[in-house]
Design a protein around this ligand. Structure first.
Ligand code: HEC
Length: 433
């Protein structure tokens, strides 16, 4: 099935020979059956339309299907972020002179390499979590997205992705060829990672005052044992003297886009985990009750605990528990912040979960906008009931776990009002409170 050249893959495998165990494949069994189940997401939809002839994809001489695919899926070009570490699939194509570009919106992430064989795509699938595809970068009459499983899960399903097929970002020191210098350390990045440890191996365009980070840095010592100073990498707004920016649809690798990406991928992974854990637990309950001759709805203690545990992880990510503090103001260069905030639903007071703060934290109202996404709505009712009830407690200031103490009374009131302005069936137990 796969069109990914074997040679590319073999090199990729060598580079992943790290200490990360590939997670067990519980998600390949009932009730998820990840690889066997028919996906339903923005890519599978587009594929149908391409086959029926109700949609087309134009091929561009320079960037192949990329520009038209971004436009069709409404992924803003301003979301472009550039990574130059050889840490992903088409690593022979990636270096500081030829970075890999990533674009995203709430529903899909797209990876592009210069002269790449394929576009790499991870789509948010409400039932299956993250589903991976490649699209050959060759002009054909009917372009075909090819679903990929093992080729991508090799790196996209591990402890780095919450043990489910998911998204990831890393930060590490790389040399002038883009080869990681692991002796200097490496880490998986999300919204809780201190800014000073982020963006090793990534270009970063934007201003951020005195805030330090590892972006735009090239390691000169292949035996470095720690991250070197980064005087030339800070407050960079123009990348033209670092590589040929005209080889990309945009010359930016926007600071705010990076921050949003690192928030979003964590929440997406935890939504997937919450979805899987609930369905797996309920499936187990059904099987066990049948075997024991109990009524099917007989609730097992272990099921309650599993829903609780995945639900708490999701709440922590959604409400920015442990978010890295910023010494802002932070500002990007591509206009991403405006594009991102413009599509938000607003409540009667004009507030949206997509409004930025960017001085001490990323968002003004620290509750993820992904609560409005199809993936969140598709969580099983048992999980949404749990989340709604807990949100009610947390937003009333009655939680005693200590995980949500960063929310002020004003934050909690604003978040509650914005959430209540959403359709009540998304979180029925919150609106009942
Ligand atoms: C060798 C490991 C590896 C393999 C194999 C791999 N990826 Fe990735 N991928 C990464 C890493 C690491 C990142 C984070 C950005 C970076 O370092 O380039 C990433 C990021 C991505 C992103 C952007 C955000 C995200 O995490 O979803 C997409 C899209 C993506 N990969 C698609 C794919 C697809 C499709 C495949 C299979 C055809 C694949 N990848 C195979 C390592 C890999």
């Amino acid at each position: 099935m796969t069109r990914v050249p074997i040679a590319t893959l073999l090199v990729a495998i060598t580079f992943t020979a790290l200490s990360v165990a590939v997670a067990g494949d519980e998600f390949e069994q009932e009730p998820i059956r990840y690889s066997e189940s028919e996906p339903s997401n923005c890519i599978s939809e587009l594929q149908k339309q391409l086959l029926q002839g109700t949609a087309t994809l134009e091929f561009d001489d320079r960037f192949g299907y990329l520009p038209n695919l971004l436009e069709t899926l409404r992924v803003p070009v301003s979301s472009q972020v550039l990574v130059y570490s050889k840490t992903s699939l088409q690593l022979s194509r990636i270096s500081p002179r030829t970075p890999r570009a990533i674009y995203f919106n709430d529903d899909v992430y797209i990876g592009y390499c210069q002269s790449g064989d394929v576009l790499e795509i991870s789509a948010v699938d409400p039932a299956l979590g993250t589903v991976f595809y490649t699209l050959d970068q060759q002009s054909v009459e009917k372009p075909q997205f090819v679903r990929q499983t093992d080729n991508c899960l090799l790196c996209h399903s591990s402890s780095r992705t919450e043990g489910v097929p998911g998204h990831l970002a890393r930060s590490l020191l790389v040399d002038s060829r883009g080869v990681p210098i692991y002796s200097a350390g490496s880490r998986t990045v999300d919204q809780t990672t201190p800014i000073a440890e982020r963006w090793g191996g990534w270009y970063v365009t934007g201003t951020h005052g005195d805030q330090r980070h590892m972006g735009n840095l090239i390691g000169r010592d292949s035996r470095a044992r720690s991250m070197p100073e980064n005087p030339d990498g800070l407050n960079v707004v123009d990348l033209t003297d670092r590589f040929d920016v005209s080889s990309y649809p945009s010359p930016h690798s926007d600071l705010v886009a990076l921050m949003v990406l690192e928030h979003q991928l964590l929440v997406h992974n935890r939504i997937t985990k919450a979805n899987y854990a609930t369905r797996q637990a309920l499936h187990y309950q059904q099987v066990l009750n049948k075997e024991l001759g109990e009524p099917p709805g007989n609730r097992l203690e272990s099921v309650t605990r599993r829903i609780q545990s995945a639900g708490e992880d999701l709440l922590a990510a959604m409400l920015f528990s442990g978010e890295a503090s910023l010494a802002g103001p932070l500002r990007g260069t591509s206009g991403f912040a405006n594009d991102f905030a413009a599509v938000g639903q607003r409540d009667s007071a004009g507030r949206s979960l997509r409004d930025f703060d960017l001085t001490r934290r990323i968002f003004r109202h620290p509750c993820s906008y992904l609560v409005e996404s199809a993936a969140f709505r598709a969580l099983p009712p048992e999980m949404r009931d749990y989340l709604g009830t807990r949100l009610g407690v947390i937003l009333a200031g009655e939680d005693t776990s200590g995980k949500f103490d960063h929310l002020s009374a004003n934050d909690r009131a604003a978040i509650r009002e914005i959430l209540m302005s959403l359709e009540p069936e998304v979180l029925p137990t919150l609106s009942q409170r």
